[in-house]
Design a protein around this ligand. Structure first.
Ligand code: CTP
Length: 396
């Protein structure tokens, strides 16, 4: 079962590293997970509820005696798909191992059937104490994932095992334990979306019907699978995606500049934007009167994709898109894939305005190795995952 889009309960124990749980919370949200925080009373001395409410965007569950009619510990325990406690103090380890339920968090742990991940952090003497080690062993025997702390400098002068681990290691261990669907963890993915506009005068432009839905769907899916995503969005009216760095552009020239800055930092480029093929030779400073608005002389825009593929490294993967009307010319699309220097090309038929602005899509996925995959009608989110799967294979 993939946990993408599901619910995590983040318990926060009363240790100095409680503040480090904030970054973990953010990264879990970036994977598309909903996070509700249950801080212990002791942890509130280190990080207050306001921080957790602001970061999670949700009310914080603080004690057993609020909203008693809803039986909060049972409700929270049933709704959670995963429980993570960060940091887990020696006291929490002992209470959980002993089946004690004397606050909201330990009640939830006792009542849940969801997998449990504990992230202990404490002074080395406490971690190595026989009582703590016995508790850890007991919990591991019961199927709880107890993550080994890092070795290093503690809050005081001492050095040893007991530090709160780096978040990247935590995510990688958690996703081995439960399927967080994070096969793109740490990969950098650049997506262009929408359609560029070329000004004619202060009130008119040449544009196209691209809604940006396919590009946004790719950005969202990549984020849900753990990637670090940058989206260059041209004139889309869609809301920004949480956890996706979005750069807004209008013209082809602006998109070109953004691509030139961003491309080298990324492992994969999805060139889903509809780039205006041409622009007016002259842009009028004043609105053109209708008597004079009868023809526009155009000049061709540079082909951004062809330009960028010339600057590519061997370890980068490039995915192109093509929208055609009428008879779908697979041989022509294969030639386009080669000419543009991309690894994959998704070809769709936009005859009669189909696809543009729609939630669904269909077409053919062409691979530079000659393979052609027919994509039956399906959601743009599903196509996004198929494209990401293919790109991941190409990344090796
Ligand atoms: N593209 C680009 N720069 C352009 C035009 C297109 O980077 N000036 C990219 C698109 O983002 C898309 C791919 O190239 O990923 C294919 O676009 P398409 O418009 O089908 O290609 P063209 O070269 O314009 O071919 P055609 O002559 O069929 O319009």
């Amino acid at each position: 079962m993939s946990l993408a889009g599901r619910e995590i309960l983040l318990g926060v124990g009363g240790g100095i590293s409680a503040y480090k749980a904030a970054e973990l919370l953010r990264r879990l949200q970036d994977l598309g997970l909903g996070v509700t925080v249950i801080p212990t009373q002791a942890s509130l001395r280190f990080v207050g509820s306001a921080t957790w409410e602001a970061l999670s965007g949700r009310a914080v569950l603080e004690n057993l005696w609020e909203n008693v009619q809803q039986v909060p510990h049972i409700k929270a325990a049933r709704e959670a798909n995963l429980i993570v406690i960060a940091p887990t103090t020696a006291d929490l380890l002992s209470r959980i191992a002993g089946g004690v339920a004397n606050d909201l968090l330990t009640n939830v742990v006792l009542a849940t059937t969801a997998p449990i991940v504990l992230i202990p952090a404490m002074h080395p003497e406490m971690w190595l104490n026989a009582a703590t080690q016995e508790n850890v062993e007991k919990l591991r025997d019961r199927g709880v994932l107890v993550i080994e702390p890092d070795e290093g400098r503690m809050t005081g002068d001492d050095i040893g095992v007991g530090r709160f681990p780096e978040v990247t290691r935590l995510l990688s261990e958690i996703s081995k334990f439960v399927d967080l669907n994070s096969d793109l963890l740490g990969r950098r993915i650049l997506v262009t979306a929408g359609g560029t506009r070329e000004p004619i005068d202060p009130v008119r432009y040449i544009g196209n019907l691209s809604s940006g839905k396919q590009g946004y769907a790719i950005a969202r899916a990549a984020r849900n699978r753990g990637a670090i995503v940058t989206l260059i969005s041209a004139n889309s009216s869609l809301a920004e995606e949480q956890g996706v760095r979005t750069i807004h552009v209008t013209s082809t020239e602006e998109m070109s500049s953004a691509l030139n800055v961003e491309f080298a930092k990324n492992d994969v480029l999805f060139m889903a934007a509809a780039v205006a093929d041409a622009k007016p030779l002259l842009v009028s400073d004043a609105k053109i009167k209708k008597e004079n608005f009868l023809s526009i002389e155009l000049v061709q825009n540079p082909d951004l994709l062809a330009g960028i593929t010339k600057a590519r490294r061997g370890d980068q993967v490039i995915v192109a898109f093509a929208a055609e009307t009428g008879d779908i010319d697979i041989a022509g699309a294969q030639e386009k894939l080669k000419r543009k220097g991309a690894d994959l090309l998704f070809l769709n038929d936009v005859t009669d305005g189909a696809i543009f602005g729609s939630e669904e899509t269909q077409g053919s996925l062409l691979d530079s190795d000659g393979e052609i995959l027919s994509i039956e009608k399906q959601g743009k989110d599903t196509l996004a995952d198929i494209l990401l799967d293919r790109a991941l294979i190409k990344l090796g």
